[in-house]
Design a protein around this ligand. Structure first.
Ligand SMILES: [Fe+2]
Ligand SMILES: [Fe+2]
Length: 409
């Protein structure tokens, strides 16, 4: 007798649960947006790219956006942007749908809330801030190779970096974000390690050699960047033909950033770079490329970089070249024509960073060019760009500063 009401209340709770779960289950997990990633566009003061994926196709995937100051105003409806959707085959024989939206017509220096999905499977509301449409001081972060133990070890790097510089405006990755680019599970680890950070912090990725298939297992004509790259990022398509979304440029509050692809077509990129830097109204210029011009490992030097790219960097007084690949840390003194120069000669500073736990034995070929080297260190870097000064700092996992310098104009 006494058990009856209790059973009844259990049934009511179970029934409620079923209803609630069914409400969510109408869409099901297959419709829920995953891997929501912000990327910068060519005009970050007026537009913003977002990419996500779902397991099922969906009827009308889209993104909604509203200035965060209007989010709670019932009179103002969010703007809706239909997604471009594309099916992507994964190497485990399953598939996903990748969706992308470029929000346009945004106001500069404004915090927006956005969400992606469709009824009833929406993401949470996330935020981003557009760039100003003129020079203004800001900070961005730069990471070298993450590549191995991405979930177990690099989650920590990302969390510490976010704590250190929560107001950074974008995160720049110098390539080898995963160990094997065609393996979607490794990208899953990378985006899991980032957690919600990629939903609020725009990523600027450069392509490393590990974003290409293993050369030991593929023929030359199969050496194309992983087919996952372009669907999972939405990057500026303003690079040379055939290198869309791996070679691109954008301007951000007084800084020109040029991302190169050190894996292929270097002569074409040198030519394109010459044009991009000849017509550059920004006070500061940073180039990102995975493979270093002056290696610190025992691997061979990319002589084509030294012959074709370095003269362009020199001619246009690029301020910093941010690199990875050598699984160590190094910063050169100011260089011109492969030689140290004084500050007034406006040379180029080359940095190699390593943000993961894989380390290579160091080589000493270019020790005479180095201002600072570190061995067996995981680091991340902040770069603060102001009117007449650029401040650079490298941090360890313990948030200790292990390298710092400034460039003054
Ligand atoms: Fe690497
Ligand atoms: Fe590499």
């Amino acid at each position: 007798m006494t058990g009856f009401p209790r059973i009844k209340s259990y049934m009511i709770v179970a029934g409620l649960c079923l209803l609630l779960c069914a409400g969510r289950g109408l869409a099901g997990d297959a419709a829920l947006p995953e891997r929501i990633i912000l990327n910068l566009t060519e005009t970050p003061f007026s537009s913003q790219a977002v990419t996500w994926r779902t397991r099922e196709k969906g009827l009308s995937p889209r993104a909604e956006i509203i200035p965060v100051s209007d989010l709670l105003n019932p009179e103002i409806r969010p703007g809706a942007f239909p997604a471009l959707s594309t099916p992507v085959a994964l190497d485990d024989k399953t598939g996903v749908f990748q969706h992308s939206v470029v929000f346009s017509g945004l106001l500069p220096g404004t915090v927006y809330a956005y969400r992606v999905g469709e009824d009833p499977a929406w993401s949470e509301w996330n935020q981003f801030k557009t760039a100003q449409d003129q020079p203004e001081p800001f900070t961005f972060l730069y990471f070298g190779d993450v590549q191995e133990e991405v979930f177990s070890m690099c989650s920590q790097v990302f969390r510490v970096a976010f704590q250190k510089e929560p107001e950074a405006r974008f995160w720049l990755f110098a390539g080898d974000m995963v160990d094997n680019g065609p393996d979607d599970r490794l990208w899953g680890d990378f985006f899991s390690a980032l957690g919600w950070i990629s939903r609020t912090m725009p990523l600027v990725p450069a392509a490393g050699n590990h974003e290409y298939p293993d050369p030991r297992k593929t023929t030359a004509d199969q050496r194309r960047i992983t087919s996952l790259w372009r669907p999972q990022f939405t990057l500026p398509e303003n690079g040379p033909e055939g290198l869309e979304e791996t070679v691109f440029r954008f301007d951000y509050q007084g800084l020109r950033v040029v991302v190169l692809n050190g894996n292929e077509k270097i002569p074409e990129q040198a030519l394109w770079l010459e044009g991009v830097l000849s017509n550059n109204p920004q006070a500061w210029t940073i180039v990102v490329i995975h493979q270093p011009a002056y290696p610190i490992s025992q691997r061979k030097t990319h002589t084509d970089f030294q012959d074709l790219l370095v003269p362009v960097f020199d001619r246009h007084s690029v301020d910093l070249v941010l690199q990875g690949h050598d699984h160590g840390y190094a910063r050169t003194v100011s260089l011109k024509n492969h030689q140290p120069v004084s500050e007034k000669d406006k040379g180029v500073v080359y940095i190699i960073s390593n943000s993961g736990p894989k380390f290579y034995p160091p080589g000493d070929r270019y020790d005479h060019l180095m201002a600072r080297t570190l061995s067996r260190t995981i680091s991340f870097q902040s770069v603060r760009v102001e009117d007449n000064i650029l401040q650079y700092r490298a941090y360890t996992l313990a948030k200790e500063t292990v390298d710092a310098f400034e460039i003054r104009k």
